[in-house]
Structures are given as structure tokens and as C-alpha cells.
Design a protein around this ligand. Structure first.
Ligand SMILES: *[C@@H]1O[C@H](CO)[C@@H](O)[C@H](O)[C@H]1NC(C)=O
Ligand SMILES: *[C@@H]1O[C@H](CO)[C@@H](O)[C@H](O)[C@H]1NC(C)=O
Ligand SMILES: *[C@@H]1O[C@H](CO)[C@@H](O)[C@H](O)[C@H]1NC(C)=O
Ligand SMILES: *[C@@H]1O[C@H](CO)[C@@H](O)[C@H](O)[C@H]1NC(C)=O
Length: 322
């Protein structure tokens, strides 16, 4: 084992030396390191994109989406009637994004695509954390990131079916928390394992730490529900090619299918329902505010999942999240 590790180190070290590492300095003083691995250009760009990746050769999220834009999108989140005043901020969004940018989050494709993915992800977040209603000042779409937890849980969301793998901690409550709210012991368990945080015993971490709350949401965005399926990121940026079954199920690359993966038949395949439209509306509103323009989002067939069959119908898959 030790021998093997040493051998791998030597190979790695040689590879790094052999590839000429160039240093570029950008106007904002962020150093970009560039090298070639097997003919493929890969980069490291400051702390925000800090593992060798082709995605780090592109602009980072903070280049294309800045504090004032975050403030525009979520302008009401710190108003006195909001429910998570002082919790959510730009800094925690970017700190969290830094873990996923080397994997392509917000760094795939041209600048328009990058901005659209940020708008799409935040569109889901805004819709799920909004306390906007018809007559809210600034309009119902200005109230994203109003919540960081479910306010009056009707139960503690402990599913005994998982008592061996993800046993509920005494006194812990697994009600909805976060940017794309997590419910149930098993979902806290799975995401905790992925993020290496003990969320099963400490679900409250999610409502205490905005960086962690965004990390959990980005993890969901970047990870398929099942290995054979695409992630919301994959279907949005065009990494995914539909199979014949997908086509029959009306699942096409784009925003609509991100809702299918995240919410399944709670939101999709039910026609033009409010639960779906409110998510689409947040996405389009953010595209406008970010200066991309909603017309870039494409036609309704791409935006909607009204006619789609769910990847994972709730009845046969208790772990598809709500
Ligand atoms: C950006 O990429 C998309 C496809 O991902 C393409 O439709 C669009 O024309 C590109 N925009 C620019 C300005 O190159
Ligand atoms: C980086 O940006 C360019 C153009 O802006 C785009 O064509 C390319 O696909 C992007 N790289 C990756 C890995 O997405
Ligand atoms: C929030 O969580 C992140 C990720 O685990 C951690 O790096 C950071 O220190 C935490 N912040 C606080 C205030 O505990
Ligand atoms: C396609 O759908 C059929 C019928 O639902 C199913 O039996 C088959 O396994 C699916 N194929 C793939 C590749 O998912």
C-alpha cells in the first residue's frame, strides 16, 4: 500500500513538472495557473476554482455574478417581516460554489450559459424559500431566501424504515431546512455523508450555517438521484442526451427536466400547475434581473415539465425528496 502510494506520488510529481505551468495574472489580481494534461488544457483560478479542471479555465461565478446582483435578486430577504433576517448572504453562496465550480457548476459553456445556470439554480432556491404572496411589496418574486427552515412542521419527519442505516437521533427533528429544503432523516443522512458533516445527528447545522445550506443545495443540483440518471446540472447545461424512453416521456434537456429530477411527480406531469409555474417564474425573473433576458430561456417545451413523466415516481421511490 505504502509502496503504491509512493509510486503514484512520483508519477504525479513527474506529470506536474513535465507539464509547463504558466501563470497568468488577471486584472483583479486572481492568479490563473494553466497546464496541459494529455492535450487537455486545465486550470486553477484562485481560491474559487482551486483544483485542476478544464472548467477553471473559464470565468468564475464571482466574475459573472456579483454582490449587487445577489442583492437585486433577493432584495427583500432582510426586511423585518422576513423569517431568516441576516442569515443568507453572497459570501456563503460563493464559498459554497467554490466547491462545485471545478466540477462545472456555473463554469460550463460560454458566459451566457454560466449566468443561465446560476439563474436556474437560484430560481429553484428562490421559489422554495419565498414568503412572497400576491400583494407582497415589490411583487411575489422579490421574496426569495425569506426562509431557511419550515416554520410550523406538522411532524418530525422520522422514517423508521431507515432505522438501521439512518436512525433518527433522540430529539432531532428532520423538518425542511436549507436553500432547497431537506426533509426526512434519510435525506439528512445521505447529504451529510456526501458533505462529510454529521447532519443525521445535527440537522440544525443547516439552519445555522448558510454556507452549509447552499452546499447541500448545490450537492443536489450536481448529483443524480440514481446513478443511471442525469443530475439537474447535466440536463441544464446539455451534458445529457435523452434516450428513447426519455423522449417518449417528454423529457428534454433544459430547465423543465431539472424540476423533474428535483421534485418528480409532485410538480411535473400535472399540467400547468402553480407549484411548477412559481419555479419557472423565479427563473425567468432572475434571468431578467441578471441582464441575460428571459427570452434566452427558450420555448415552453424546454421550460416546463407539465407533460413530462417523472424519472422517479414518488410511489415507487420513497427517497426521492420533497
Ligand atoms: C452561448 O452558448 C449557447 C449554447 O450553449 C449558444 O446558443 C449561444 O449562441 C452562445 N452565445 C454566444 C454569445 O456565443
Ligand atoms: C469555456 O468557455 C468557452 C467559451 O466561453 C466555451 O466554449 C467552453 O465550452 C467553456 N469550457 C467548458 C469546459 O465548459
Ligand atoms: C459553516 O460550514 C462550513 C462548511 O462546513 C465551514 O467551513 C464553516 O466554518 C462553517 N461556519 C461556521 C460559522 O461555523
Ligand atoms: C424503457 O421503458 C421500458 C418500459 O417502461 C422499460 O421496460 C425499459 O427498461 C426502459 N429502458 C431503459 C433503458 O430505461
Amino acid at each position: 500500500m505504502e509502496e503504491m502510494r509512493r509510486a503514484i506520488w512520483v508519477i504525479l510529481a513527474t506529470a506536474v513538472l513535465a507539464s509547463s505551468v504558466m501563470v497568468g495574472v488577471r486584472g483583479d489580481d486572481t492568479k490563473t495557473l494553466v497546464k496541459k494534461v494529455k492535450g487537455q488544457k486545465v486550470c486553477i483560478k484562485g481560491w474559487e476554482c482551486s483544483t485542476w479542471s478544464k472548467y477553471c479555465c473559464n470565468e468564475t461565478i464571482s466574475d459573472i455574478f456579483q454582490t449587487y446582483q445577489f442583492e437585486n435578486l433577493f432584495s427583500k430577504r432582510n426586511s423585518p417581516v422576513a423569517h431568516a433576517v441576516g442569515f443568507w448572504d453572497y459570501q456563503s453562496f460563493i464559498l459554497s460554489a467554490a466547491l462545485y465550480e471545478p466540477l462545472g457548476f456555473g463554469t460550463t459553456g460560454n458566459t451566457t450559459m454560466q449566468m443561465m445556470e446560476v439563474a436556474a439554480f437560484l430560481g429553484h432556491v428562490g421559489a422554495k424559500t419565498s414568503c412572497g404572496y400576491g400583494v407582497a411589496t415589490g411583487g411575489p418574486l422579490a421574496w426569495g431566501l425569506c426562509y431557511n427552515r419550515e416554520m410550523s412542521p406538522s411532524q418530525s419527519y422520522c422514517d423508521d424504515y431507515y432505522k438501521l442505516t439512518f436512525p433518527c437521533a433522540p430529539g432531532a427533528e428532520y423538518y425542511g431546512r436549507g436553500a432547497l429544503p431537506i426533509y426526512w432523516n434519510y435525506n439528512y443522512g445521505y447529504i451529510g455523508e456526501a458533505l462529510k458533516e454529521d447532519l443525521l445527528n445535527h440537522p440544525e447545522y443547516i439552519e445555522q450555517n448558510a454556507t452549509l445550506a447552499f452546499m447541500a443545495a448545490m450537492h443536489k443540483w450536481m448529483t443524480p438521484v440514481k446513478k443511471s440518471q442525469p443530475s439537474p446540472h447535466d440536463v441544464f447545461v446539455g451534458n445529457w442526451k435523452p434516450t428513447k424512453n426519455d423522449t417518449l416521456a417528454k423529457r428534454v434537456p433544459g430547465f423543465g427536466t431539472t424540476m423533474n429530477i428535483l421534485y418528480g411527480d409532485q410538480v411535473c406531469g400535472k399540467g400547468d400547475i402553480d407549484d411548477m409555474n412559481v419555479i419557472v417564474s423565479h427563473y425567468l425573473y432572475y434571468l431578467d434581473l441578471m441582464g441575460v433576458g428571459r427570452e434566452e430561456a427558450g420555448p415552453n417545451e424546454i421550460l416546463s415539465c407539465a407533460e413530462q413523466v417523472a424519472f422517479n415516481p414518488i410511489t415507487s421511490s420513497p427517497s426521492s425528496s420533497s
